[in-house]
Design a protein around this ligand. Structure first.
Ligand SMILES: Cc1cc2nc3c(=O)[nH]c(=O)nc-3n(C[C@H](O)[C@H](O)[C@H](O)COP(=O)(O)OP(=O)(O)OC[C@H]3O[C@@H](n4cnc5c(N)ncnc54)[C@H](O)[C@@H]3O)c2cc1C
Length: 471
């Protein structure tokens, strides 16, 4: 007999796992389908030069208790998944060319502490901009960010630019510098000018609350980032709630009849597609995957896809293997250019944060740089990598001599991570197809371009379907 489900969730990244877990826990017959051979999506591990590396997840930020979201850490706890965490030390900021030591990003539990820390940042980056009266003007702005209801802040400010938000409250150039430069790092635009004009105030504020406002932790799972998070979650939702998970299932179409989803079709090598029926289909894939999944694109999605992409930026992500002739600090750092206010590089040494990946006497360094299209055209990928190595050399003299290997530069004018988090957002409950839902980074509302945020969108969709206010 043909099997049918209440829900089919497509895509087993963080969003799909969390969504299907809560649905199955709510007693609904749920099938999770993943195209790849393993679960985890963009958090999957790859082997490189004998190391098991997760290119993009040395750090996972979690709003464990007070963030108002339902990140993967909350979900893992709710599902009874067996995960141990290693909490990273406080991240640090470095000001390129200033020869200044790092300043740390502490947990600022009060508005007073956060305001003072922002002034300390300005004093390290641009002391000429620190003027009398700054604290008094800045305090109410910081207070608004730290005390506004978290979910409301994510939703209301998501489409408001940093410029609109700041100009409605202040015309002080010091405050403009502060918000553009700090937010350039927080929203991964890298470029202060772009951040001012188009960076999302919502995303910047979310990251500010997570990083600085004491509402998040930076942690990684022990002993392995991929197996340490995604596999235990998958095992828990299967064993504890009966969620069915299948890998190597390439969904080719979401089936829609008379304005309602009826299931999905799955590609079969040399055979006709397999049809699986369901009352609801939840797409937890990335934005670009939607293009292949519909015979006729739902109107609301088509409209969003037609909206222009206003930014052209890219990211370069590197894994570098080092010998132990120098010792790097394992805390996550970001490097700033004090003149432009742009954040030009981030990274950390994984030997300290993730020692299980690295043989004795070796160090593994993870780093990224988000750059404008202008930079890509001027320097090319290799030129950006050379600059990244120079920056490391400035921070850790001896770095270049200690390099044993480096991944080929990964990056493009629109890298997936940044592209997906900047494109116009798709509604989580389709307004034009009954039983069709979307979760993941491409959806709105979202809590930022991180695993915690994308997991929250999965939980949010589960809440809508189960008709509950909290999980
Ligand atoms: C370079 C980079 C750096 C990052 N750094 C960090 C960081 O430091 N900290 C942090 O918290 N986050 C970071 N992120 C973000 C984080 O990786 C993502 O937010 C998260 O992994 C996205 O999860 P997701 O479930 O939304 O999507 P994905 O993980 O992309 O999952 C989507 C899944 O859908 C599947 N799929 C697609 N099409 C189909 C189909 N037709 N049929 C079946 N399955 C399908 C895919 O195979 C995939 O497994 C980074 C991301 C990148 C790329």
């Amino acid at each position: 007999m043909e099997k049918s489900y209440e829900n089919i969730v497509v895509g087993a990244g963080f969003a799909g796992l969390v969504c299907s877990g809560y649905l199955a826990r709510g007693g609904q017959k749920t099938l999770l389908l993943e195209k790849g051979p393993v679960i985890g999506g963009r958090a999957a591990a790859h082997s490189f030069n004998g190391y098991n590396v997760v290119m993009h997840l040395p750090l996972v930020m979690t709003t464990l208790n007070n963030g108002g979201g339902y990140g993967w850490a909350n979900a893992a706890k709710d599902f009874g998944a067996n995960i141990r965490y290693h909490t990273s030390r406080e991240p640090r900021l470095y000001f390129k060319g200033s020869k200044k030591a790092f300043i740390t990003i502490p947990k600022c539990l009060t508005t007073d502490a956060a305001t003072n820390w922002m002034i300390e940042f300005l004093d390290a980056a641009r002391p000429d901009l620190v003027k009398d009266g700054l604290y008094k003007e800045l305090f109410p702005m910081v207070d608004e960010i730290l005390t506004k209801d978290f979910k409301q802040m994510c939703e209301e400010w998501d489409e408001i630019s940093v410029k609109e938000w700041v100009e409605a409250r202040s015309s002080n150039p010091s405050i403009k510098y502060l918000f553009t430069s700090l937010w350039a790092g927080c929203v991964w635009t890298g470029d202060a000018e772009f951040t001012w004009e188009r960076g999302s105030m919502g995303k910047g504020s979310v990251m500010f609350r997570i990083w600085i406002g004491g509402q998040g932790l930076m942690s990684v799972a022990i002993p392995d980032v991929h197996k340490g998070i995604c596999e235990p979650i998958a095992n828990a939702i299967t064993n504890n709630f009966g969620c069915e998970i299948r890998t190597s299932q390439d969904v080719s179409e979401v089936l829609i009849e008379n304005g309602k989803t009826t299931g999905v079709a799955i590609k079969r090598e040399g055979k006709p597609d397999e049809i699986i029926k369901a009352n609801r289909v939840i797409l937890a894939t990335t934005w670009l995957d939607y293009l292949n999944l519909f015979k006729t694109m739902p109107d609301s999605v088509a409209q969003t896809l037609r909206m222009p992409l206003n930014q052209k930026m890219g990211g370069v992500f590197l894994i570098t293997g080092l010998n132990d002739s120098i010792t790097l600090d394992g805390a996550f750092f970001m490097a700033y250019d004090p003149q432009t206010g742009s954040s030009i590089q981030g990274g950390c040494a994984q030997n300290i944060e993730q020692p299980w990946n690295v043989p004795a006497g070796k160090q593994l360094v993870w780093s990224y740089s988000i750059r404008t299209e202008k930079d890509f055209n001027r320097l090319g990928l290799d030129g950006i990598v050379a600059e990244m190595n120079e920056n490391f050399e400035e921070i850790y003299p001896g770095f270049k001599k200690a390099i044993e290997f480096q991944t080929p530069p990964k990056g493009a004018v629109h890298p997936s991570h940044y592209e997906f988090s900047s494109l116009p957002k798709i509604r989580q409950k389709s307004p034009d197809v009954e039983g069709l839902y979307f979760c993941g980074e491409a959806t709105w509302p979202m809590y930022g371009q991180i695993t915690d945020g994308t997991s929250s969108t999965g939980a949010n969709v589960a809440k809508m379907i189960l008709g509950v206010n909290s999980l």
